[in-house]
Design a binder for this molecule. Structure first.
Ligand code: C2E
Ligand code: CA
Ligand code: CA
Length: 287
């Protein structure tokens, strides 16, 4: 059965049933620091395992959820499930940052930061271990964007601007919004070994991130050549199939063990105290 066939029947009603019937699950993809070789985070990616149709990709059901008014319920489930998984890993000795994706629609709610804070408190997850990824295109229109993002950041939650380079964020917006990292879109990263233009863009985004006191993260790293290129360009963190594919939560413990065996931690050589530098900058401005 092709992916298109799969999607027929995966409509809003089926999605609402899926949410109630525990057909949604999260898979997790590792993020590794190039300076220290350490597993520094994981990204939670939603999966819909339909009992008859098989896996439905998030690129289909997230837009469906947004248009059908289901995205708030899905995001709330994602935040809580990722927090539950973090606690399970923590109890098993793995303490790493966990990132979830949210939609622009979620930020339209003024109480969103308190909702996230409440979920993390109930799950006993320190906000400093939690990260929210927001696509660059989602930073365009949301009302209360600065206020909502600032309140999330003040709780200690990290914020990443996702798919950077595919939207139209202004430099002013980047300077004002309290992001702690920039994720360079995989369309640039995937072509870096063939395209000088992509390398120039990646280098510029890394410089921009560092000059604004943010961490530069490259996603979509599929080859060793690309990994080496990113290392040479001074990228901080990498994510992609070459490091590890998204996998169910329990499998992350094995990944961590295996990764540490194959890649012993190096003394940290990357940019020092990236987030605090930004906080100092904000403090100077009285923000
Ligand atoms: P994203 O946030 O940019 O997530 C990265 C996507 O790239 C994931 O696709 C991941 O599986 C894929 N990927 C990771 N490494 C590589 C690589 O080396 N090569 C290639 N070709 N792909 C790679 P996935 O899981 O299908 O998710 C697609 C998008 O759906 C995500 O893009 C995100 O925008 C959205 N999404 C996923 N889960 C959620 C969620 O819980 N909430 C919201 N609002 N959106 C979600
Ligand atoms: Ca993401
Ligand atoms: Ca992305």
């Amino acid at each position: 059965m092709s992916q298109t066939d799969n999607i027929i029947g995966a409509d809003a009603e089926a999605l609402a049933t899926a949410l109630r019937g525990r057909e949604l699950e999260l898979h997790y993809q590792p993020k590794v620091a190039l300076g220290s070789n350490e597993l520094v985070g994981v990204e939670a990616l939603a999966r819909w395992r339909h009992p008859k149709l098989g896996f439905i990709p998030p690129t289909h059901f997230i837009p469906l959820a947004e248009s059908a008014g289901l995205i708030d319920a899905i995001t709330e489930w994602v935040i809580a499930e990722a927090a539950r998984q973090w606690s399970e890993w923590h109890a098993a000795g793995l303490t790493t940052r966990i990132a979830v994706n949210i939609s622009a629609v979620n930020l339209g709610h003024i109480d969103f930061p308190d909702l996230v804070g409440g979920i993390l408190r109930s799950a006993k997850v320190n906000c400093a271990h939690y990260e929210i990824e927001l696509t660059e295109s989602a930073t365009q229109n949301a009302v209360n964007l600065l206020d909502t993002l600032t309140r999330l950041r003040l709780k200690g939650i990290h914020l990443a601007i996702d798919d950077f380079g595919t939207g139209y964020s202004s430099l002013l917006q980047l300077q004002r919004l309290p992001f702690s990292s920039i994720k360079i879109d995989r369309s640039f990263v995937g072509n870096a070994d063939r395209s000088e233009d992509c390398r120039v863009i990646i280098r510029s985004v890394i410089d921009l991130a560092h000059n604004l006191g943010m961490e530069a993260v490259a996603e979509g790293v599929e080859t060793e050549t690309t990994l080496q290129l990113l290392r040479d360009l001074g990228c901080d963190v990498v994510q992609g199939y070459f490091i590890g594919r998204p996998r169910p939560g329990p499998a992350m413990l094995d990944f961590d063990k295996d990764w540490r065996q194959r890649h012993p931690a190096q003394p940290r050589t990357g940019p020092v105290e990236i987030a605090p530098a930004r906080d100092r900058h904000r403090a100077r401005r009285g923000a």
